[in-house]
Design a binder for this molecule. Structure first.
Ligand SMILES: Cc1cc2nc3c(=O)[nH]c(=O)nc-3n(C[C@H](O)[C@H](O)[C@H](O)COP(=O)(O)O)c2cc1C
Ligand code: SF4
Length: 429
């Protein structure tokens, strides 16, 4: 995999020998920031994160400082849960961070816990991420040995324990309330909201849930300052983030770039363009739930606001490039298979809508579709969005609508040719 060659903050240690080890992390200034943070009032830390404009990097883009502000002051225990479930197709940034630099995440968790007076944190890691789980567990062990975790961490009067929980590889367990159910030992089904986790989360207590990359961002902001973070990106969406690039590109990989760069520039400058000079047909800009851009939309800047304005989402900013040889029916068929399989089944529009779409696409794949099928796909997309308990259904509706509307010629090709009328038998007299 290729590494970014621009400024490196998130990726600073990646590529170094034994980048996952405490010694490597400390050699490059690791665990200095938490010690600096201990000298600040916890509220000052929350303020710094608010000023930075950091937005959740797990997909929804909710302002992190504001989310932290919802935690009631007078209720304990309260918990921090790190969402390391990373199930969004096309997304491989959190795994990359945990595999290569788990101490960056741990320092982010320490800072967030101190800011919010939290003494127990959980990292919920996708079950398939065996390597990342091992790396994070080893890093936690190293921290306990150095008394960076446990009682009076770094010799200060602050206690913190961090536990790792392995998920079982269900996409829905990345949804924050389903994740909490799974962490409590129950089936991972999204909860009715409100109450939101900040008020009633894990074991009924106030809980902050943040993505791996968000918590790494917290560490970087407290190290370099909110001003530094705000110095790049856009006004409403400042800072750096990781952009995984995959599909038909010469240099797939994880790139660290500021928000707001046009998709085309990222693909050409960092992804190395499309192999053999082929043309781009479409791009999934932020994981499968984000929708699809046509070749004429590639000047779109990669930030949360712009995508919302287009009826799409930036999601995890994981770019999947599809060249001119791609069959968009096949891609959508694959995507809807995923959502039909991963719907937890609680809400009828999601459970039925994702499965119907998949079945219709099965028909189109056999060139046996009808014109009505195409209209039905559009109608399903409309009817399942905004009508369900969690955002999985919206995440299925956006690509469903996008692919069918933006690439009509691929779908038209799959309509069954009208059968010729059976000739009437000629009666010989
Ligand atoms: C179906 C579904 C799957 C999700 N999967 C993930 C995931 O794997 N990782 C993640 O961080 N957020 C995921 N989210 C978003 C979380 O619900 C939540 O917004 C996020 O963990 C909050 O962290 P952040 O504010 O730091 O982004 C998912 C949401 C939905 C609806
Ligand atoms: S929208 Fe889908 S995945 Fe989410 S709770 Fe409803 S049925 Fe489950």
């Amino acid at each position: 995999m290729t590494l970014d060659f621009m400024e490196k903050y998130f990726l600073k240690n990646i590529g170094k020998k034994d980048s996952h080890k405490l010694s490597t992390y400390e050699e490059s200034g690791g665990y200095q920031t938490i010690q600096k943070v201990f000298k600040l009032e916890p509220q000052k830390v929350v303020e710094e994160v608010k000023i930075s404009g950091l937005r959740g990097l797990g997909g929804a883009g909710f302002p992190t400082g504001m989310k932290w502000g919802f935690i009631p002051k007078n209720i304990s225990p309260r918990y921090l849960v790190c969402n390391a479930d990373e199930g969004e197709p096309g997304t491989f940034k959190d795994r990359w961070l945990m595999d290569n630099d788990p101490h960056l995440l741990l320092e982010g968790i320490m800072i967030a816990s101190y800011a919010l007076d939290i003494h127990t944190a959980y990292i919920f890691i996708r079950g398939e991420f065996y390597n990342a789980t091992q790396k994070v567990k080893e890093a936690i062990k190293e921290c306990y040995e150095q008394k960076y975790l446990g009682k009076n961490i770094f010799g200060k009067s602050f206690d913190l324990d961090i536990y790792v929980h392995s998920g079982a590889g269900a996409y829905i367990c990345g949804e924050e309330t389903a994740l909490l159910e799974a962490l409590e030992g129950k089936r991972g089904l999204p909860r009715v909201k409100p109450p939101f986790p900040a008020i009633e989360g894990l074991f009924g207590k106030p809980t902050v849930i943040n993505n791996v990359e968000t918590l790494c961002g917290v560490k970087l902001i407290l190290e370099h300052g909110a001003k530094w973070y705000k110095s790049v990106g856009t006004e409403k969406n400042p800072g750096y983030k990781l952009f995984p690039i995959s599909g038909h590109v010469n240099k797939p990989g994880v790139y660290e770039l500021p928000f707001g760069m046009p998709v085309q520039e990222i693909i050409e400058k960092y992804g190395g363009g499309v192999p053999e000079g082929r043309k781009i047909k479409g791009v999934i800009p932020g994981g499968s739930s984000s929708g699809v851009l046509t070749a004429s939309e590639l000047n779109t800047p990669m930030d949360f606001e712009t995508f919302r304005g287009k009826g799409m989402i930036l999601g995890t900013a994981s770019i999947i490039v599809m060249d001119e040889t791609t069959d968009m029916v096949e891609i959508l068929h694959n995507i809807m298979h995923f959502y039909a399989e991963e719907s937890c089944g609680q809400c009828t529009p999601c459970r039925e809508g994702t499965m119907w779409s998949y079945k219709i696409l099965n028909r189109l794949m056999k060139d046996e579709g009808t014109r009505e099928d195409i209209e039905t796909l559009k109608r399903i997309a409309k009817n399942i969005s905004g009508t369900t308990l969690c955002a999985l259904a919206d995440g299925a509706a956006i690509p469903l609508k996008g692919f069918v509307e933006k690439f009509p010629e691929d779908f038209e090709k799959r309509i069954r040719a009208p059968r010729r009328e059976t000739p009437k038998p000629v009666i010989m007299r």
